[in-house]
Design a protein around this ligand. Structure first.
Ligand code: MOS
Length: 691
């Protein structure tokens, strides 16, 4: 069957016009009859117990239907959880215990949003406070090994002996703060009952998975719960969970027997939805005088909540990027009285790469070697820890092409050598990998009698262009034009499917669609009747040979630093990416540029500040929590080297998160090159430049 080659063609988003004209409806936009609104009340103390919630004080306020708190809330199943096991973060309004500041303590339901908000603001809540601990350090007495769910501890060779035999050693410690996903669309859910069936429209990254969590939580059969998610305004990890908005809206719908909508305020998005935990990362690198690595030791610690297991797997790149005879990694978790952390924009890899790629730059400095050359000299033949072959590895192509386009060859590698007027100017680079692959998903394709094909899968489009990519993939898999494809996504009823997460959405969904198309084409068909084929990729994925499968990138940047004010401006940012076959160059470029802006933001701006006295997050808004704005972002160049992932249909890898990884280290390295001062703590604030 000849392909039509829709894959690889740049196309604008299918729903682009609907979005820019306001016709596209997000979770909070859907009109609905008899809709009531819930407003969330959150704890102002970081630890303790609720002494009293005086619901009688607000029950006669205009429009108020009632108050839900731990005394009247539906009972939830404590076994409900996520990827990491049972999740106490889901157990909202179940008891009087306050585990962190920002925990929901009540939902006020009223006829209008304004009435709900007014009553929520007026609701008297008092607490019996207990001493809290929100102070994160790697050597905290509660520190314990991270759960080895993935990115488990590794130990090859003899790190101490190799370090002792090294000509040059780097032994440094890197810090990253709490960071918040900050999707543009706040989390919103509307839930209602249709007879015995619970229905919800929710802002999330994967409606099927979320529907199973919701069903478990409320002890319902999976068939009795349907979650839909049409348009989503970004997730960045924070919508990968069954969110508090959905749990609380379901409680409201259950108690008041009408549709209830809960939309978090921006502050509540900060206080209640997933954040990246702070990390502290000691690294030791040892190398020969010629720059060959002898030892890599990376032992990060991250904070978490005792409510929910999680791992910020900071050592993934440490096991992938460079060859060394001795490599040792350990992840340490420090439980504190904080919001349970969860995946955010390149979880683990983003903070881990800041540490590793900063340390590599320091090693190059001490060796008097070009940092690009240091990377090239340590290119591994097989997985440095696993010993497994790489399925494809085009890091060197990214490094060389990027260096050439950037004009790296003329760089003077000594710091503080370039001045333009009063500004110091420097350049920096970093290398990156990001693991790729697919997770089981179910797709159905119906050959309709009119010659069109209906393709359905419970995928989600977070705004990245998933609809457009899957339409091209389905068309090529069916060898037809895209006009004949009708795509249905965003509905848990379409069957199990992986979420838009882990950089594995497109790959997972494309696999199921491709396989369904292949089986449909083999099917004998009566053209006067529609025929449907449904495929589950679970078995196919089990048969995929175990290999080191990664995407790669190299990031180059130029910064200027004002030595009088400490202001860092990123002037140029260039990323070269090896992300497999690129499905849609237009949206893929947009995706990696967005990631690089996220990395720039991580380098210079983003920092959740927690007041240790109150235990509260004190900059829970966009005035206090800075994110790169247009004025912070230079002209960005991003491009793809030829790449193809063997064993995966159409050679696709993921491009979702790799853009976010590497950029922060490249910028920190450029700031050192400009100023001669290392930045081992993010963000690179003015005061840290001036210190
Ligand atoms: Mo992403 S942070 O894997 O949702």
């Amino acid at each position: 069957m000849n392909a039509v080659n829709n894959i690889g063609v740049a196309r604008p988003r299918i729903e682009g016009q609907a979005k820019v004209t306001g016709r596209a409806r997000y979770a909070a936009d859907k009109p609905m009859r008899d809709l009531a609104f819930g407003s969330v009340v959150v704890s102002t103390v970081a630890r303790g117990r609720i002494r009293d919630i005086d619901a009688s004080a607000v029950k006669d306020m205009p429009g108020v239907l009632g108050v839900i708190d731990y005394r009247n809330a539906p009972r939830l199943n404590p076994e409900a959880g996520h990827f990491f096991g049972p999740d106490g973060g889901l157990q909202l309004l179940q008891d009087d215990v306050i585990p962190f500041a920002g925990r929901a303590v009540a939902l006020v339901v009223a006829e209008t949003l304004e009435q709900a908000k007014a009553a929520a603001d007026a609701l008297p809540v008092t607490y019996d406070e207990e001493p809290h601990d929100t102070g994160f350090t790697a050597d905290h007495p509660n520190a314990r090994p991270a759960a080895p769910l993935f990115d488990g501890p590794e130990d090859i060779g003899d790190v101490e002996a190799e370090l002792a035999a090294s000509a040059v050693v780097v032994d440094e410690r890197y810090h990253t703060p709490e960071e918040h996903c900050s999707a543009m669309e706040p989390h919103s859910a509307t839930a209602w009952w249709e007879g015995e069936r619970l229905q919800a429209i929710d802002s999330n990254q994967g409606p099927f998975f979320i529907s199973t969590v919701l069903a478990t939580l409320f002890s319902l059969d999976f068939e009795r719960v349907r979650v839909r998610t049409e348009h989503v305004g970004g997730g960045f990890g924070s919508k990968g969970l069954c969110g508090p908005q959905l749990v609380l809206a379901t409680m409201g719908a259950t108690l008041f027997r009408r549709p209830v909508r809960v939309t978090l305020t921006r502050e509540q998005v900060f206080l209640m939805t997933a954040m990246r935990p702070a990390t502290e990362q000691p690294i030791r690198l040892g190398a020969d005088a010629n720059g060959r690595l002898r030892a890599i030791q990376h032992e990060p610690a991250f904070e978490l909540s005792p409510l929910a297991e999680y791992i910020e797997g900071c050592t993934e790149l440490t096991k992938t990027l460079y060859a060394a005879p001795a490599i040792r990694t350990r992840n340490t978790a420090v439980p504190l009285d904080i919001l349970p952390p969860y995946s955010m924009r390149g979880p683990g890899a983003a903070p881990g790469s800041f540490a590793l790629e900063s340390a590599m730059d320091e090693l190059a400095e001490r060796l008097g070697l070009d940092p690009l050359e240091l990377r090239l000299r340590n290119e591994p033949d097989v997985g440095p820890v696993s010993g497994l072959p790489f399925s494809s590895r085009n890091l060197v192509a990214c490094l060389r092409t990027g260096a050439e386009r950037f004009g790296w060859a003329t760089r003077d590698h000594r710091p503080r050598m370039r001045r333009e007027g009063h500004l110091l100017v420097g350049t920096g680079m970093a290398a990156t990998s990001f693991s790729v692959g697919a997770f089981p998903s179910v797709a159905s394709i119906t050959a309709e009698v009119d010659g069109t094909f209906t393709v359905v899968i419970a995928a989600t489009d977070l705004g990245t262009g998933a609809r457009t990519a899957l339409t091209a993939i389905a068309a090529d898999a069916l060898a037809i034009d895209t006009e004949r494809v009708q795509l249905g996504i965003s509905d848990s009823e379409l069957g199990p499917a992986w979420s838009a997460g882990g950089s594995r959405g497109t790959t997972s969904w494309a696999w199921a669609i491709t396989e369904a198309a292949a089986r449909l084409r083999d099917q004998p068909r009566d053209p006067s009747r529609p025929v449907t084929v449904t495929v589950d990729t679970t078995q196919l994925l089990n048969d995929l040979p175990s290999m080191e499968r990664h995407a790669y990138s190299a990031v180059f940047t130029e910064v200027s630093v004002d030595p009088a004010t400490g202001e860092v401006r990123v002037r140029r940012l260039l990323g070269m990416f090896a992300v497999g076959q690129v499905v849609n160059p237009l949206t893929a470029r947009s995706q990696v540029i967005g990631g690089m802006i996220g990395g720039l933001s991580m380098a210079l701006h983003e920092e959740g500040v927690r007041d240790q006295v109150s235990g509260r997050h004190v900059n829970a808004d966009f005035a206090g929590y800075h994110i790169a704005a247009h004025a912070d972002v230079p002209d960005i160049e991003a491009d793809f080297v030829p790449d193809y992932e063997p064993g995966i249909p159409f050679g696709i890898k993921g491009a979702g998160e790799i853009g976010n990884v590497g950029t922060a280290a490249a910028i920190a390295n450029a700031v050192w090159h400009a100023t001669g001062k290392r930045q081992r703590r993010l963000p690179i604030r003015l005061d840290r430049v001036l210190e």
